[in-house]
Design a protein around this ligand. Structure first.
Ligand SMILES: Nc1nc2c(ncn2[C@@H]2O[C@H](COP(=O)(O)OP(=O)(O)OP(=O)(O)O)[C@@H](O)[C@H]2O)c(=O)[nH]1
Length: 418
């Protein structure tokens, strides 16, 4: 695991700030206040353990960017910080194949640096498709994206890009030129939008926009963003980062809205959505089970609410293991729901019984104490597309299981009850 970040900076205060950012990103700063110190530290460590380096442009023993050459030649993705804002210095630094160049202008740059460090790890799992039949532009963009650890797919045509998208679900961004051999970039964008929403796939149009109209044309066709050629290193990477972060933020909101915060299981809302989708083609057989913990109030009352939470998490984990391929949900409180499509009644009953028995013998550590929980299960196997009807029927069976003494399963299929 690449968890070290080499920080080379002679200003003690800056060294501390950058080290804190690295810690905040869950990584370990390896601090050096000069190029000499960095060489010594680097020689003692495994080169592959470095995710990146954050290097000050000027150091007392490396006044003209020599520390950058050292980290770049050691194949460590390098982020340069500098107080020198001159264009000549910028051009010199960017020519060295660095990840990015950050002028120490204001406090905001540390926020940017933080995002950049976090991204270098995350980007390793994110695919970006670059579509252009201009080899120079394609190579330039791919090289910048590679430095940021993205998985890059170079495509000459819209059709080649579509083939990549069909194969690789981890692609989150498409960057497309307008002049493509098989269709225009804007046609390609509107074609992509039939399959992917703006929240699923970000699209950036690029064009040599003399008339300044391409930007609006791309956006109206469904692109998230537009960039004018020629590409400027900083602008290109800022826009890429912004678009990827937009997709990730929407993902995180969607996940939070569909997930129970305590157990991490899908919540009631998501359960209804998933089962409704599954019901568009009614499976030949189906079973819906409500799993309800027994005397859960007593656990809370005796051991405290946190202990109750621990029991709920344990039940959630066991449910996930037991019903890996089924639809699961924490419905609320101590009630869980399992939908088992395409299971015979007997198979469904067996799986649920195995879970019930496993829970009853699962030790749950609460401080010094070990406790055990049990559950009652109500199952309905009615062949209906109406999920409310299924739920009501399962609830009636749950009531039966509770009144018959708890820690048991009741089902409305006599064959299952046998
Ligand atoms: N710790 C914890 N307790 C919860 C949570 N949600 C609901 N509860 C508690 O779950 C308990 C449910 O109690 P009851 O509905 O009486 O059910 P029970 O004690 O399991 O009794 P039976 O279902 O009849 O066996 C209540 O005390 C709720 O406060 C939660 O997220 N965490």
């Amino acid at each position: 695991m690449q968890q070290n970040v080499l920080v080379i900076e002679n200003n003690e205060a800056n060294l501390d700030i950058v080290s804190k950012l690295v810690h905040k990103a869950g990584l370990t700063p390896v601090r050096a206040s000069s190029l000499t110190a960095a060489r010594v530290l680097f020689a003692q460590m495994v080169p592959e353990s470095f995710l990146c380096a954050v290097v000050a442009y000027a150091l007392p023993d490396a006044t003209h960017g020599e520390a950058i050459d050292f980290t770049v030649n050691a194949y460590i993705p390098t982020i340069v910080t500098t107080e020198n804002l001159e264009t000549a210095t910028r051009d010199k630094v960017l020519a060295k194949n660095v990840v990015d160049y950050i002028p120490k202008e204001n406090a905001q740059i540390y926020d940017y640096l933080n995002r950049l460090i976090v991204r270098l790890e995350r980007n390793k799992t994110i695919g970006v498709v670059v579509v252009s039949n201009n080899r120079r532009y394609r190579r330039h963009m791919s090289s910048l994206l590679n430095r940021h650890n993205f998985v890059v797919y170079d495509c000459l045509s819209a059709h080649a890009a579509m083939a990549v998208l069909a194969q690789h679900i981890h692609v989150r961004l498409v960057i497309t030129d307008n002049a493509l051999p098989d269709m225009s970039g804007t046609q390609f964008v509107s074609h992509l939008r039939k399959a992917f929403t703006k929240e699923q796939l970000a699209i950036m149009g690029i064009a040599d926009d003399q008339g300044m109209l391409m930007s609006a044309h791309f956006i109206k066709s469904g692109a998230n963003d537009f960039l004018r050629l020629p590409i400027y290193h900083e602008e290109f990477l800022c826009k890429v980062m912004q678009n990827i972060e937009y997709i990730e933020n929407v993902d995180a909101i969607r996940r939070a809205a569909n997930t129970d915060y305590l157990t991490g299981l899908p919540n009631r809302r998501h359960f209804f959505y998933t089962v409704t989708v599954a019901h568009q083609q009614l499976p030949e057989t189906q079973a819906l089970a409500i799993v309800d913990l027994d005397h859960f109030k007593q656990i809370n009352d005796t051991y405290g609410h946190e202990a109750g939470d621990m029991v709920l998490k344990t039940v959630g984990n066991l449910l996930e293991k037991s019903f890996e391929h089924d639809v699961l949900s924490r419905f609320g409180g101590e009630e869980f729901c399992v939908y088992l499509p395409n299971h015979t009644h007997q198979q469904a009953k067996q799986k649920l019984e195995t879970f019930r028995l496993a829970l009853a013998v699962t030790p749950i550590a609460i401080g010094e104490a070990i406790i055990y929980a049990s559950c009652s299960i109500g199952v309905s196997v009615i062949a209906t597309q109406n999920i409310e009807v299924l739920l009501r029927a399962a609830d009636q069976q749950l009531y039966l299981a509770k009144t018959r003494g708890r820690n048991q399963l009741c089902c409305d299929a006599t064959a299952v009850l046998a």
